[in-house]
Design a protein around this ligand. Structure first.
Ligand SMILES: NC(=O)c1ccc[n+]([C@@H]2O[C@H](COP(=O)([O-])OP(=O)(O)OC[C@H]3O[C@@H](n4cnc5c(N)ncnc54)[C@H](O)[C@@H]3O)[C@@H](O)[C@H]2O)c1
Length: 474
């Protein structure tokens, strides 16, 4: 790959630098000796000064570079859509986009011609002309981006391509929707922010979970003050992907690889995105710092050993990512978020999706609610009683079609519908490049914290100070 993301070098490299751990070990011995001698120790500095911890440094913006917070799209009579990456996710979301009125699919790219051909068929089956197709190698998407008949590019490629493709799309004058996570280094996060601001093109991370039925219901309740003042949230991506990770096709071709080199939260955004919206992140609050720790790696090794004979090349692989990664995020307003990642354990699917305020709490999987004063005392209740009052208008208006199409229970269609609505009506998007960067940042920050024995790692202020001054639009 000619433009790989630089996850193994640079200031945010996952550091298992012996120096860091040795220093902490020595500090620990010193502390024990001091305690034994009855001496009082000066508190250790909260943020160490090694390069991995300099994430709080905000690079200067180019002169005149304005923020993209709350910036509306220009109006589009119809939205000319291109898709890069027509694998499982690309084709699935393409199907949802094709069901939205006012979408014209003009171009597709994939390195595998058969996958592009399957996507072309989806377009022509929907009654649209065959789009232009780009299948001539891993940089052929650049020819797609050079076209002038594209308003919005949706990117559904393997992770390492997300940032370079999104940046190239914005530089080519297109708004872009990129799959999750948008980036996995802090440098890439900044590149997205700076490119979006410089080109005045939006970069949305297509976090479909923000459009789930329960997530939008809870968001409505939060905005109506039903939970009072929010103070704590919990979010997770707990999904047993072992069989998928080991397949010799689709995601199995690339998604196991990060488990060999990284130890932290590889996929933070499905849980974190909705919770960030509840908490009004970048709309009055922002993530300040996080600490993270990982359990041992056991499950991928065990699965490989059980399912593949000793001669399999997979036996040369050494997995590094701890099975369960748990992080705690502190916001500038003092709120806390617990964030977890586990894609290798035999346990039921869970995103936690929990919010707690001064007047009540919600917890998902299964959905349950407690509002102060509810009859029956201190116990969870079903959410049915609040649906009539708080169901989000998007679900009331197009929920039936969303459920019929069925992508992730309907949230995929709601996401596509809402994206196109914003583009056609000239609205500001529900989330923007700052959200893409901040929701992706726990990837590298968790790695840095894990590598240093769970020291706190600061979130950059991707808004460069503008996080307090905007209100939510969605
Ligand atoms: N939001 C969600 O619910 C959700 C669900 C599944 C996957 N995803 C994300 O979607 C993305 C794609 O996942 P997937 O399941 O479709 O994987 P996949 O392997 O099925 O598809 C990836 C596609 O990208 C193509 N590709 C690779 N390099 C390319 C290049 N340089 N140019 C053009 N095409 C290229 C591959 O040939 C393949 O068709 C990932 O980022 C994944 O995390 C999101």
């Amino acid at each position: 790959m000619s433009e790989p993301s630089d996850e193994h070098s640079g200031p945010n490299a996952p550091s298992d630098t012996p120096g860091v751990t040795r220093r902490r070990a020595i500090a620990g011995i010193g502390a024990a000796a001091a305690l034994a001698a009855g001496r009082v120790l000066a508190p250790a500095p909260l943020f160490a000064s090694t390069p991995a911890w300099r994430a709080d440094l905000v690079p200067p913006a180019a002169p005149g570079q304005a923020r993209m917070l709350g910036v509306p799209f220009e109006k589009h009579a119809a939205v000319r859509l291109a898709v890069i990456g027509t694998g499982l996710r690309g084709r699935s979301v393409l199907r949802e986009f094709l069901a939205v009125e006012g979408v014209q699919v003009t171009a597709l790219a994939d390195i595998v011609p058969d996958k592009a051909a399957r996507a072309v068929k989806l377009v022509t089956d929907a009654g649209q002309p065959a789009p232009a197709v780009f299948t001539n190698g891993e940089r052929d998407f650049e020819r797609l981006l050079a076209r002038t008949d594209i308003d919005f590019v949706y990117i559904a490629t393997p992770w390492e391509w997300h940032t370079p493709m999104a940046v190239a799309a914005m530089r080519a004058g297109k708004h872009v929707g990129v799959e999750v996570p948008a980036a996995f280094t802090l440098e890439d996060c900044w590149q997205l922010v700076d490119t979006s601001e410089a080109t005045r093109r939006h970069c949305l991370m297509m976090e479909n979970v923000c459009y789930g039925y329960n997530e939008l219901l809870v968001l409505n309740m939060v905005r109506a003050g039903a939970f009072g003042e929010l103070k704590h949230a919990e979010a997770a991506y707990i999904h047993d992907l072992r069989a998928i990770l080991f397949e010799d096709r689709d995601e199995g071709l690339w998604r196991r690889t990060p488990h060999l080199s990284r130890d932290g939260n590889l996929y933070p955004t499905h849980g974190l995105g909705p919770v960030a919206q509840y908490l009004g992140i970048h709309r009055g609050d922002r993530f300040d710092y996080m600490v993270s720790m990982s359990s041992p790696e056991l499950s991928l090794t065990a699965y490989r050993n059980t399912h593949y004979p000793a001669g399999s090349p997979k036996h040369a692989e050494q997995y590094r990512c701890g099975d369960m990664n748990t992080s705690l995020i502190k916001t500038v307003q003092g709120r806390t978020i617990m964030l977890q990642h586990d894609v290798v354990s035999p346990r039921p699917y869970d995103r936690l999706n929990m919010i707690s305020g001064t007047k009540g709490a919600f917890r998902d999987y299964p959905a349950r609610l407690y509002l102060e004063g509810m009859p029956g005392g201190e116990k969870w209740n079903p959410i049915d009683s609040v649906k009539a009052q708080y169901e989000h208008p998007l679900w009331t208006n197009v929920g039936e079609l969303a459920r019929t199409l069925g992508g992730h229970g309907g949230m995929d269609f709601i996401m596509c519908y809402r994206t196109i609505q914003c583009l056609r009506e000239g609205l500001a998007p529900d989330f923007d490049v700052y959200d893409a960067a901040a929701w992706s940042a726990p990837g590298p920050l968790s790695e840095a914290s894990v590598a240093s024995g769970s020291q706190p790692a600061r979130f950059p202020d991707f808004t460069r100070g503008s996080w307090a001054g905007t209100t939510s639009t969605g």
